[in-house]
Design a binder for this molecule. Structure first.
Ligand SMILES: NC(=O)c1ccc[n+]([C@@H]2O[C@H](COP(=O)([O-])OP(=O)(O)OC[C@H]3O[C@@H](n4cnc5c(N)ncnc54)[C@H](OP(=O)(O)O)[C@@H]3O)[C@@H](O)[C@H]2O)c1
Length: 296
């Protein structure tokens, strides 16, 4: 069975990978207490000693606005840590799978972004640190980066769960309707990563399974469309949904207005065709309603 050393055990994608692993792959997931990503020496030591076939990094400094006031930690975790992982993986020839973000794009294109599009992030510490982290991983021949966008799942707090809760609590929920991307189910991503682990583990340098990829569900959505599709599944919803512009919610860190990801390369290289986001978000919303996760 393929053995994965995973950085991150508590985060959204990390938890979905652990749930997807079942008896298909063996995952050793490290929490912050077991390996703090701001400690490059600890990362190197862990990879050096690990009994594994590949390394998967699900941990990151993901607090987009908090990164503005703590750029040193954001850079340590999002740039220096994946760089340390890449060096340690290179020393052992281990594949390194890393996650990045649609926020590396400034949104000016207004059409699907492919891996070949030059990424010029907005003036955001998070976005710039994630782009630099990508570069560090991609400098390694067995490095793999998946850019994902607007991640949701039934397992963690995310945009979909927050909107569904608000729709139960309030009479009106105002939702951004002029920001567009390709929502990504963490459940679908995790299933793909687990299924594909053996491919990376068996691949040699130069294999097209290494490099930069976009992973997202099929179809584009505005924040309003994504939230509406989820909220419509909840019989306890009471709020009226009001579309508003991004400018209604000023944030310390700028977000791209358009960051939809083209997944044609994913389909070509891995024969992977993610299902439509609506299907995935309905499944997530139904699970949240059924398991009572929105009650607390
Ligand atoms: N969520 C999205 O919408 C989205 C969109 C695009 C890309 N991404 C990317 O997808 C990846 C996974 O995101 P996610 O949504 O699963 O993130 P998440 O739920 O916010 O989880 C982040 C994880 O990183 C860990 N972490 C943070 N700082 C750490 C440190 N110094 N040492 C060790 N662990 C640390 C956290 O541990 P603690 O629990 O201890 O804090 C947590 O397990 C990230 O690379 C992110 O940039 C996410």
């Amino acid at each position: 069975m393929i053995r994965i050393l995973q950085f991150g055990s508590t985060g959204q994608v990390a938890r979905c990978v652990l749930a997807a692993a079942e008896a298909r792959v063996q995952v050793t997931a490290l929490s912050r207490a077991e390996c703090d990503l701001s400690d490059s020496a600890a990362i190197a030591a862990v990879i050096e000693a690990a009994d594994c076939d590949l390394v998967l990094n699900c941990a990151a400094f993901t607090a987009v606005d908090a990164a503005e006031s703590d750029p040193e930690t954001a850079v340590a975790v999002n740039v220096d840590a994946p760089a340390a992982m890449a060096r340690a993986c290179a020393a052992r020839g281990l594949p390194l799978i890393h996650l990045s973000t649609d926020y590396v794009f400034d949104g000016a294109k207004g059409a699907l972004y492919a891996e070949t599009d030059v990424a010029t992030p907005l003036a955001s510490v998070y976005a710039r640190s994630k782009l630099a982290g990508e570069a560090a991983v991609l400098a390694y021949a067995k490095g793999v980066v998946f850019r994902i966008a607007w991640v949701f799942s039934p397992l963690s707090r995310n945009f979909v769960t927050v909107m569904m809760r608000l729709a139960r609590e309030r009479d009106e929920v105002r939702i951004v309707a002029d920001q567009t991307s390709t929502p990504t189910s963490a459940v679908d991503l995790a299933d793909f990563l687990v299924r594909t682990a053996s491919r990376w583990a068996g691949a040699s340098e130069g294999d097209e399974a290494f490099g930069l990829f976009h992973f997202a569900n099929a179809g584009i959505a505005t924040r309003f469309e994504l939230a509406s599709a989820a909220i419509a599944r909840d019989p306890q919803t009471r709020a009226r949904l009001t579309p508003v512009p991004m400018t209604a919610f000023p944030e310390p860190s700028p977000r791209p207005v358009y960051s939809a990801l083209d997944t044609a390369k994913l389909s070509r290289v891995f024969a992977e065709h993610p299902r439509p986001w609506r299907e995935a978000v309905v499944e997530t919303a139904d699970a949240l309603v059924a398991n009572g996760a929105l009650n607390s």
